[in-house]
Design a protein around this ligand. Structure first.
Ligand SMILES: NC(=O)c1ccc[n+]([C@@H]2O[C@H](COP(=O)([O-])OP(=O)(O)OC[C@H]3O[C@@H](n4cnc5c(N)ncnc54)[C@H](OP(=O)(O)O)[C@@H]3O)[C@@H](O)[C@H]2O)c1
Length: 273
């Protein structure tokens, strides 16, 4: 399917990651906006020109004119205002895709003209290298062709999972926030390695390659993670001693459950629930 022109309003962390991924997939008709000129300069590059509202107050309206997919990449607090502002400029068949955590489809639809097509998307930052995971929830009025185009666009950026709106905030606690958990683990393992006497550069290299290698082996072997873990963990050995500490009384699982619950609570607060 030939994708329509795509506008990304709010080329920040996640918006610019999407743009970079789409450019990597060969797309060229991308319009990007930011609030400040400094952010626009950071986001622009290659075939992409980002226009700042600071330089052109009509930049968002210009970007959405004729765009078939309009991605709202601004913070949740600014999303409704942005949608109200662009509503009149949307093309009749445009699908508006909101990235905002904790902002349900109904709130997005309420900020747009009646009958507007709305999809909620929850991507993560590895979309930048086309290795992302994106949860998609379809609004009530979205035509099959519009939804197919959105699925195809995000499919260029990695895996797509179609969910109902209620579960979008749940996937955001796992895959949306997930890269931060992985980086935090890398940081803490590297800190511990420094504590064992390694210099920081060696520690970071060893830890990062251990994660990368473990995931590459997982993908290549087709084995489940538990089987690969058991293959490293001889009974009574050193790995078993470490795993016993991590798993003591279900400690690691509980810590992860508590972390996800915290993220979900925050999504509820943002949604005013
Ligand atoms: N970061 C993630 O991994 C992640 C994951 C899932 C969902 N999300 C969601 O994605 C959205 C963006 O998050 P983020 O981390 O990418 O935030 P961010 O880095 O602050 O990006 C927001 C961008 O929006 C621009 N902006 C603000 N108001 C605008 C307007 N009226 N018109 C056009 N551009 C405007 C900002 O420009 P300036 O920089 O000039 O202010 C900035 O470039 C949020 O709704 C968040 O809930 C993020």
């Amino acid at each position: 399917m030939a994708l329509p022109p795509i506008a990304v309003l709010g080329g920040g962390n996640l918006g610019s990651a999407i743009v970079t991924g789409l450019v990597g997939a060969g797309l060229r008709d991308l319009r990007v906006t930011t609030r400040s000129a400094a952010s626009a300069a950071r986001t622009a590059g290659g075939p992409v020109r980002a226009v700042a509202l600071e330089d052109d107050p009509e930049a968002n309206a210009s970007a959405v004119a004729g765009a078939g997919i309009v991605v709202s990449g601004v913070k949740p607090a600014g999303t409704a205002d942005l949608l109200r502002a662009i509503g009149p400029a949307l093309a009749p068949d445009a699908v508006v895709v909101s990235l905002a955590v904790g902002t349900p489809v109904a709130a997005l639809e309420a900020a747009l003209p009646a009958g507007a097509q709305v999809v909620r998307a929850m991507p993560n930052t590895p979309v930048r290298v086309r290795q992302g995971v994106t949860g998609l929830a379809r609004g009530t009025g979205v035509a099959d062709a519009g939804f197919a185009a959105v699925q195809e666009a995000f499919g260029l950026l990695g895996e797509v999972v179609v969910l109902d709106d209620a579960r979008i905030d749940r996937i955001s606690t796992i895959s949306g926030s997930g890269p931060a958990y992985v980086y935090l683990l890398l940081e803490r393992f590297a800190d511990a390695a420094v504590g064992l006497g390694f210099d920081r550069a060696d520690a970071e290299r060893a830890v990062a390659q251990t994660f990368a290698g473990a995931l590459a082996l997982l993908a290549a072997s087709g084995e489940p993670p538990a089987a690969l873990r058991r293959a490293v963990t001889s009974a009574g050995g050193t790995t078993a001693a470490a795993v016993a500490v991590l798993e003591h009384d279900g400690a690691l699982g509980r810590l992860i459950e508590d972390a996800l619950a915290g993220a979900l609570r925050r999504a509820d607060e943002l949604a005013g629930r």
